[in-house]
Design a binder for this molecule. Structure first.
Ligand SMILES: [Zn+2]
Length: 82
């Protein structure tokens, strides 16, 4: 059962991705949820297993997403300048 990480409510639903980095995170099988009771929004990995390790992993994935975006922009620019 999925639980809200702020208020521990089980009254949550899936949330749509808002930007490119969230879409890329979604590719890594991270799904966003929103709590209907307290309006919290974020990623739920497993039942009540939010740890500091997970927060580090989230930052790591965000950095990878930014690196991928920079590489794509670099490739587009180098392709256009030929
Ligand atoms: Zn909540």
């Amino acid at each position: 059962m999925k639980q809200c990480l702020r208020c521990s409510s089980v009254n949550i639903r899936r949330s749509h991705t808002r930007n490119l980095s969230e879409r890329i995170l979604k590719l890594f099988f991270r799904k966003y949820y929103r709590c209907i009771d307290c309006d919290w929004r974020g990623i739920i990995k497993t039942k009540a297993s939010f740890t500091r390790c997970y927060a580090k992993e989230y930052i790591f994935l965000q950095i990878i997403a930014v690196i991928i975006i920079i590489i794509i922009i670099y490739l587009i620019i180098s392709f256009l300048c030929k």
